[in-house]
Design a protein around this ligand. Structure first.
Ligand code: NI
Length: 397
């Protein structure tokens, strides 16, 4: 094929470019994988990102949201600013893959594939730098810290992530071991949950276990309350709205013959719908207040709203999915929402956004995220580069 034809065909050009840099991106991924860093400690990782952007001749700033990096590629024509976001942090867990590039840091592991995300976005930067003259608009490359702690996006937003130049739409992505490598996924509307947490301290009055009438038993009260909380989802929230109320910790008491003074329990509330989110919070507050009357205990409730639900924008979703199909064929499928949380939601709350699922499942394995033996298929890096680069080209056409 003559070179002029190749140059005008974005599919072939993007495919060739992604294929060419794939070995280098895998090497970067393995380096980041071997030295995982927790939330807001990603200094080595962000230094590597900055070095790669410098090598590519891409203007960037470091220290955005403490350890975040933001690069900017200006297109050949004016147009909107598209942010593409990758997260960089690892998890506080020991790796058990036995791979030659396994974590060198005890108790730290890239078990959510954020090493894959970081190297994928470096690849997207390389491809889009080459395609820049064809872009009508600019691309902001967002390397975010602290996604697992759910504080990184907020820190970057506080540092003006969406300003100068002003971002008008955003793309996020996450590797998905449930999808085989080579496949991509999407979910319309709310795809990840609002993630709130609560802590209840049940104050009773201590006394002898043999004389319960002289005490106010916070253990029995806590047991009642936790059972009552099971009715929030089953009896108060619209059955077609997904919601979860889970109590994940409970502490109280020290001996069989003592009724203690208090019991503490903690839980999480996950919802996709704003109405369900409000209903759950109101019900938990009401049950805690009611316990004073029915069980004679005083409940102290701390309720903290976390990230909102991640809501995909229909237009950005449609345009991205059709771009991926134009680049790679029928490789994209619709999927279900999940009640996991993700702070890309804070960006999606401010500008129209879409999070693409990138299949990372290795043939013959059944990997899960946050598992100590997680081994994504590294081919997903170059495939993700192709998909996201083509999407950027379409969104800025
Ligand atoms: Ni993750």
């Amino acid at each position: 094929m003559p070179e002029s034809v190749l140059a005008n065909d974005p599919s072939a050009r993007i495919h060739a470019a992604a294929g060419q840099i794939a070995p280098e991106l895998i090497a970067i991924r393995r380096d980041i994988h071997a030295y995982p860093e927790l939330a807001f400690e990603e200094t080595r990782t962000s230094a590597r990102v900055a070095a790669e952007l410098s090598r590519l001749g891409i203007f960037h700033r470091t220290g955005i949201g403490r350890t975040g990096v933001v690069g900017l590629i200006e297109g050949g024509r004016p147009g909107p600013v598209l942010a593409i976001r990758a997260d960089m942090d690892a998890l506080p867990m020991a790796e058990r893959t036995g791979l030659p590039f396994a974590s060198q840091v005890p108790g730290r592991m890239h078990a959510c594939g954020h090493d894959i995300h970081t190297s994928t976005l470096i690849g997207v930067a390389a491809v889009l730098k080459e395609l820049a003259p064809q872009l009508a608009g600019s691309v902001k490359l967002v390397f975010q810290p602290a996604e697992e702690a759910l504080g990184g996006a907020a820190a970057m937003l506080a540092d003006g992530l969406l300003e100068s130049p002003k971002v008008s739409l955003a793309l996020g992505f996450h590797n998905h071991p449930d999808l085989p490598v080579g496949r991509f996924g999407y979910c319309r509307g709310a795809c990840l949950a609002a993630s709130d947490r609560f802590e209840v301290t049940v104050h009773g009055r201590s006394g002898h276990a043999a004389h319960p009438e002289t005490a106010i038993d916070p253990i029995v009260a806590a047991a009642h309350l936790i059972t009552e909380l099971q009715t929030v989802v089953s009896r108060e929230i619209d059955p077609v709205q997904p919601a979860v109320v889970t109590v994940g910790a409970i502490h109280g008491g020290s001996a069989v013959n003592i009724i203690p003074d208090n019991v503490v329990f903690r839980g999480t509330v996950r919802t996709l719908d704003a109405g369900a989110r409000h209903t759950a919070e109101a019900a938990i507050r009401r049950f805690c207040e009611g316990a004073a009357h029915t069980l004679r205990v005083r409940c102290e409730l701390e309720y903290a709203r976390g990230v909102p639900a991640l809501v995909n924008d229909d237009v950005v979703l449609e345009r991205t999915v059709s771009a991926v199909r134009a680049q790679m064929g029928e490789v994209v499928d619709g999927g279900k929402p999940s009640l996991g949380g993700e702070d890309f939601a804070l960006i999606a709350e401010r500008v129209p956004a879409f999070q693409l699922r990138i299949g990372s499942g290795q043939p013959g394995r059944a990997d899960k995220l946050h598992n100590s033996d997680y081994q994504p298929d590294e081919r997903c890096i170059a495939l993700g580069v192709e998909a996201l680069s083509r999407a950027a080209l379409e969104l800025l056409s």
